[in-house]
Design a protein around this ligand. Structure first.
Ligand code: ZN
Length: 308
């Protein structure tokens, strides 16, 4: 079983600008300050609307001085957040105040959205809708009504969407919801924001060049390790190589590259972001998993300083 997006992980450049954009400007909570477990001398930052719900979390590997990438085919091109239907005026005004350019409102399906980029050029959207049952968390300057509620969808771009659509609907429990102007919207579990994947065919767009401002991978949510295991077995039977289960402390993960080229992850819902911190202290202290905690001093000395 798949229950929507678990998290989206992107690459950023300057860590302080990255933190400022997602916390101060977009009003997300700083949910976790940890390291890339596969390379503990680099940061891994988590921002989200609710620590209880991983389906609201965008995470970053910040690499200072990493050159900018270019979004393109075979990857997640746009990360879209969900906001309530009357909040776009608020967001246009707020983005103008912070000198963040945005386009829109633009109409698509039965919704309107704003298109913007973060400081590294990562393509984002704020999609206004009245279907999202989640509530946003108010922060200074952003009240609960206008706050981001979590993801709306991820837009995946391909020269042709057929192979990816086939895998998602045939193996990964997605269903077709809507189609318009070369955009196919799929959903898993319930047809609600946070559970949508939009597949867009762009025959002439070049492939993504990975670098700052591009998405690294998209994680889909599964309830527990038993579901994860059966999904991995199903994928193997179709000839897709999946990694072993990796312990990410807050969830367990299996990774694979789907036939269209996007790196996908199947992540378990639990145990969640409150295993090592209380809601009041989230994101304040560097959190290391038990297996590298003994290297804390060395790791702290290798990590670029945060002075935001
Ligand atoms: Zn991930």
């Amino acid at each position: 079983m798949i229950q929507g997006i678990h998290h989206i992980t992107a690459i950023s450049g300057n860590i302080n600008k990255n933190i400022r954009f997602y916390t101060e400007i977009l009003g997300l909570q700083f949910i976790k300050k940890t390291v890339n477990y596969d390379s503990p001398d680099t940061w891994h930052l988590y921002f989200g609307s609710s620590p209880q719900n991983p389906g609201t979390t965008i995470t970053f590997f910040p690499f200072a001085g990493f050159s900018r990438g270019k979004s393109g085919n075979g990857s997640v091109k746009v990360t879209a957040f969900s906001v309530s239907s009357n909040s776009l005026d608020f967001w246009m005004k707020r983005l103008r105040e912070y000198q963040v350019a945005c386009r829109g409102p633009i109409r698509r399906f039965d919704e309107e959205y704003l298109a913007l980029e973060d400081f590294d050029g990562l393509e984002l959207e704020l999609v206004a809708n009245d279907k999202d049952l989640r509530s946003g968390q108010g922060t200074p300057g952003i009240n609960e009504v206008n706050a981001i509620k979590g993801f709306h969808h991820a837009e995946l771009s391909y020269s042709s969407v057929e192979k990816t659509a086939g895998l998602l609907t045939g193996v990964l429990f997605h269903e077709r919801l809507q189609e318009e102007n070369g955009r196919l919207r799929l959903f898993s579990h319930d047809a609600l924001p946070g559970n949508y994947l939009d597949l867009v065919g762009r025959p002439s767009l070049p492939a993504q060049q990975q670098g700052a401002g591009t998405v690294h991978h998209l994680a889909l949510n599964t309830p527990d390790e038993d579901h994860q295991k059966s999904l991995a077995e199903k994928l193997s039977k179709t000839g897709i190589f999946t990694t072993e289960v990796k312990d990410r402390q807050y969830f367990k993960s299996v990774y694979f590259r789907e036939p269209g080229g996007t790196l996908l992850e199947i992540a378990t819902l639990g145990p969640g972001f409150l295993v090592d911190e209380t809601p009041e202290t989230l994101g304040q202290r560097l959190q290391l998993p038990p297996w590298i905690e003994h290297r804390r001093k060395e790791i702290e000395s290798l990590l670029p300083a945060i002075d935001y």
